[in-house]
Design a protein around this ligand. Structure first.
Ligand SMILES: Nc1ncnc2c1ncn2[C@@H]1O[C@H](COP(=O)(O)OP(=O)(O)OP(=O)(O)O)[C@@H](O)[C@H]1O
Length: 299
């Protein structure tokens, strides 16, 4: 049984189809990234999955419980943590009081551990919190009852780069513990670092569900080389080379291209020239996702 399952989920707001026939599963113990530009329908999908609003059609379940049925939803939520995109707490309450209430409702066996990692200012009222501190309190609250499944809506927004790193490391640790994590994000580099698989949503429609590794393999490598002297016209005219650029510089030639072909063929071709420098790296995820986000029907 998948930890999270969405089948043919559609959610309409009046005439607007915010989520259009979306199906995917998140396996137990998987870290699954949910990506899409603003307005793609990510929040709508997550809120519908959690039973906070009814689907127009289709089914949603967490840990085998249908979250559109109230009794089953409560069973699901007992083992689920949720961090909304703009967490809102009682402004008058202190962070400690917010967590005390949550603990009395759902439990707090991991509270101390989480507080030592994220350190929100517990004795100040929430109205005095910065955006980052609200987010830290939200993270503690989402994980403190030791849930099996956690749904996070843009968890690193509002966190500074240091805290983003701490959060990403934390998610990797949670994965080691077998926790299932579904999170939406705009931050593509973090997806690379912590996700097993990703789903990409555009205009309410799912345009891809893929292993992150497969996605990166498919997008190829960026190769940059500096070759002594000139290079012939047909240099690097081999299968898998695209966006080839060359420019003379100080008695040498700078070459750059994207490569999706056979590595042996590339090595053979490189071997034909007197190389002065060589740099091979993954294509930036931003470029990979532009294929999906960029519009058109060819994604
Ligand atoms: N309660 C609502 N009533 C009417 N329209 C809504 C409602 N909530 C969302 N929408 C619309 O549904 C579409 C999807 O919005 P949603 O917030 O799910 O996207 P998102 O991918 O989470 O975007 P973002 O990254 O900006 O948070 C948008 O066109 C939005 O305006």
């Amino acid at each position: 049984m998948a930890a999270i399952e969405l089948r043919d989920l559609t959610k309409r707001y009046g005439d607007l189809v915010a989520v259009d026939d979306v199906s995917f599963e998140v396996e137990a113990g998987e870290v699954f990234g949910f990506l899409g530009p603003n307005g793609a329908g990510k929040t709508t999908t997550l809120r519908t999955l959690l039973g906070m609003q009814a689907p127009s059609s289709g089914t949603v379940s967490i840990l085998g419980h249908d979250t559109t049925v109230e009794s089953q939803r409560l069973d699901a939520l007992a083992d689920t943590g949720f961090l909304p995109s703009n967490p809102q707490f009682d402004e008058q309450a202190t962070g400690r009081e917010v967590l005390d209430l949550h603990e009395s409702l759902k439990g707090g066996s991991r509270r101390a551990d989480l507080l030592s990692r994220f350190e929100p200012p517990l004795d100040r009222p929430v109205r005095e919190y910065s955006t980052g501190n609200v987010q830290k309190l939200g993270i503690v609250q989402a994980f403190m009852h030791d849930p099996d499944v956690v749904v996070l809506d843009e968890p690193t927004s509002g966190l500074d780069p240091l805290l983003q790193d701490r959060f990403n490391e934390f998610v990797r640790d949670e994965r080691e513990r077998g926790v299932t994590v579904l999170f939406s994000s705009h931050v593509l580099s973090e997806v690379r670092r912590i996700c097993d698989r990703v789903a990409v949503l555009r205009d309410g429609e799912l345009v891809a569900v893929e292993d992150v590794e497969t996605l990166l393999d498919r997008s190829g490598k960026v190769v940059r080389a500096r070759v002594a002297g000139d290079v012939p016209e047909d240099a690097f005219d081999i299968s898998g080379v695209s966006d080839l650029a060359r420019r003379p510089i100080d008695g040498a030639t700078r070459i750059s291209f994207t490569f999706t072909g056979d590595v042996d063929a590339l090595v053979d071709e490189l071997d034909r020239y007197p190389l002065q420098e060589l740099d091979v790296e993954e294509a930036p995820l931003e470029d990979v996702f532009l294929d999906f986000y960029g519009g058109g029907d060819d994604a």
